[in-house]
Design a protein around this ligand. Structure first.
Ligand code: GCB
Length: 652
């Protein structure tokens, strides 16, 4: 969400605002290099200062953005991308709430500042939570929400003088209010016998640490001044003909020509078109299939878009290439269909979380995670509980890992968080998320929230509106939210396409009594199905296990208990998947950091991998199971099993 002048937001505490719901201006294409586009990554060390002043406003009062940060006081070196919380030795910085300041001075290629036919854009992949950005002391953009990218056209600033360097300042506030997503509350503790003057803490109703900072890359990229602003692709299949519908938005001129060309994986042109919208037909199309469902999963075509335009500075061309997977998604009363075949989600829930970097994007970690997913035989995950980095979705497209793409609507518990102010913001977040992620074949469903208090009275209107809006933005994908409310009390469930239900039998109740799981889980499924006749996904289940803790007979927190609990769930899942259960996603892929609580031993330990990505016993159990499930559901499989990681678990 883009906002006006900074002053109004230079406060700590409730960041309350109203925002008009308007369709988002402009596209949010991933910044790719092409013959007409360059990019300059600004990852690395930035200067950093947390504003520890009592009201956290000193940075605004002293206008720290006006001059290099080192001139207004001491600074720290801060890596980007990374959360700022865990890189230092300062406990106060780890739990800091308020404004932090980042700054980077860069030198631009001379061409960038001289070529008036070039547009220079500053793009911030993720700044958690509220961000204000200045370039050379000039305010350029503000953004609310920590998980989606935002941009500013900074051409005029970098082309306005003899300067070849430019100073980027970003102030970020991690405060969460009842109207942010996720919501939170600042609790002021006023008893002078217990707390010092002005003492407050950030309270949240979600179970992960509120890491903050510049979590994804910051970069500058260029386009011509007349440029391809957005591309929307939807696909369909008619017999064996793949249909690729495209729509292209151009900015900067009304007089242009667009040529599109679809290439297969060998680089052969399979279809051509012209104009801002149209349909390409691909005879004998290779469909995009999920991992382990087909011998050649994740087939990607390339849509090459070429723009030519006459402008005041002469003829310009812009080029952008978008990966395209041709596939269909549909939901029946009891099935989730991909390319017309029943798809069973066997996978995980994840977090963006790791030692030291917190929620900072990290390629080695990402590649490790995908190697583990493929080793496990997982064909899907949910982006619990916020949109993940774009590079994550790109790998899902490439490997065929199916995604339930979730908004940051987690911990919506207070009545205030169902107000119109909150709802408007949530609608806007869905627009930003769909604008960013709409072209990924891997994304097969939107999840608008996780475990909201959906039995509260305003929840009915809230979810009806939110889901209708999401469907209007993208009629091509089903929509859900993940619930832990009772089937007969949930006011949002009537509006979802797929019931996603979380339960923790024998963990958060009936502690230690795994013998009750089968009955309780069967009842859960039967109640939901009877009420709604919609397919059901067990979207979370699991148990904490401290890696290396062993107890036989199994006791809570041991690896044996985690494994035993999963096995009980699997008995019922195996019965119900023959009827209407269409998926199971373990909570969680890996251990992750949370707030400090008596029930959390340095974070949540429900991972089947440790936070360092080493397997617990449950990982081996799930690996056996997922490969077995894959064996049952694959289509058109011929003897190419050697291509697959972990292929020894395959039978042909
Ligand atoms: C849930 C939440 C998830 C928690 C998990 C747990 O229901 O959706 O965010 O981490 O339970 O471990 O309690």
């Amino acid at each position: 969400m883009l906002r006006g002048p900074a002053g109004a937001w230079a406060v700590l505490g409730p960041l309350l605002w109203g925002c008009g719901l308007a369709l988002l201006q402009g596209g949010m294409l991933y910044p790719r290099e092409s013959r007409s586009r360059e990019r300059k990554e600004l990852d690395g060390l930035w200067r950093f200062r947390a504003d520890f002043s009592d009201n956290r406003r000193q940075g605004f009062e002293q206008q720290w953005y006006r001059a290099p940060l080192r001139e207004s006081g001491p600074t720290l070196d801060m890596p980007v991308p990374s959360s700022f919380n865990d890189v230092g030795q300062d406990g106060q910085l780890r739990s800091f709430v308020g404004w932090v300041w980042y700054e980077r001075e860069i030198t631009l290629p001379q061409r960038w500042s001289e070529d008036l036919g070039m547009r220079v854009v500053l793009r911030i992949g993720s700044a958690h939570y509220y961000a204000i950005v200045w370039v050379n002391g000039v305010h350029v953009v503000e953004h609310e929400g920590g998980h989606l990218p935002f941009e500013a056209d900074v051409s005029k600033l970098v082309q306005s003088g003899p300067l070849s360097s430019c100073r980027i300042t970003i102030a970020i506030n991690n405060t969460l209010s009842p109207h942010t997503l996720p919501p939170g509350t600042i609790l002021y503790k006023t008893d002078p016998s217990k707390y010092p003057k002005g003492y407050f803490v950030q309270d949240t109703k979600f179970d992960f640490f509120n890491y903050a900072g510049l979590h994804r890359s910051v970069l500058l990229y260029t386009t011509p001044t007349t440029y391809i602003d957005d591309i929307t692709v939807t696909t369909d299949v008619d017999q064996d003909i793949g249909l690729v519908n495209y729509q292209i938005v151009v900015q900067g001129s009304d007089h242009f020509q667009l040529d599109v060309c679809l290439l297969d994986e060998e680089g052969k042109v399979v279809a051509k078109g012209a104009g801002a919208q149209g349909q390409l037909q691909v005879p004998s199309a290779h469909l995009w299939w999920p991992y382990l469902m087909h011998e050649h999963p994740a087939y990607l075509y390339s849509l090459e878009v070429k723009l030519t335009a006459q402008t005041a500075v002469g003829p310009v061309s812009d080029f952008y290439t978008l990966p395209v997977g041709i596939r269909t998604v549909a939901v029946t009363e009891s099935q989730f269909l991909i390319n017309g075949k029943p798809f069973y989600f066997h996978g995980v829930n994840k977090h963006e979380d790791a030692d030291i970097r917190g929620k900072g994007f990290d390629w080695p970690l990402l590649v490790k995670d995908f190697n583990l997913l493929r080793w496990l035989g997982a064909n899907a995950f949910r982006t619990s509980h916020y949109p993940y980095a774009e590079e994550v979705l790109q790998l899902c497209d490439r490997y065929g890992i199916v995604v339930i793409d979730e908004s940051p609507g987690v911990g919506i518990m207070l009545v205030e968080s169902f107000s119109n102010v909150s709802l408007q913001h949530h609608l806007q977040v869905m627009e930003e998320m769909i604008r960013r992620d709409k072209n990924h074949p891997a994304v097969v469903m939107w999840s608008v929230a996780n475990e909201p208090a959906s039995s509260l009275k305003p929840a009915g209107y809230y979810f009806k509106t939110l889901i209708a809006h999401t469907k209007a933005l993208d009629p091509s994908r089903p929509v859900t939210f993940v619930t832990n409310t009772k089937y007969d009390a949930d006011l949002g469930a009537p509006y979802v396409d797929v019931i996603c239900v979380n339960s923790y039998y024998s963990w958060y109740h009936d502690y230690g009594h795994m013998e009750v799981i089968q009955l309780q889980l069967a009842t859960q499924f039967e109640n939901w199905y009877e009420a709604y006749q919609k397919p059901i996904i067990q979207s979370e289940y699991g148990a904490d296990a401290i890696a290396g803790f062993h107890q036989d007979p199994p006791l809570m927190f041991s690896e044996e208990y985690q494994k035993g609990l999963l096995e009980q769930y699997h008995v019922v899942l195996d019965q119900k998947r023959k009827e209407y259960v269409v998926g199971e996603l373990i909570w969680n892929f890996a251990d992750f950091m949370t707030d400090q609580l008596p029930g959390r031993m340095i974070g949540n330990r429900k991972g089947i991998f440790t936070r360092q990505r080493q397997p617990k016993s449950a990982a081996f159990l799930l690996r056996e199971r997922y490969w077995k499930l894959a064996n049952e559901t694959r289509y058109h499989w011929s003897a190419v099993k050697s291509q697959c990681v972990g292929s020894s678990l395959f039978t042909v």
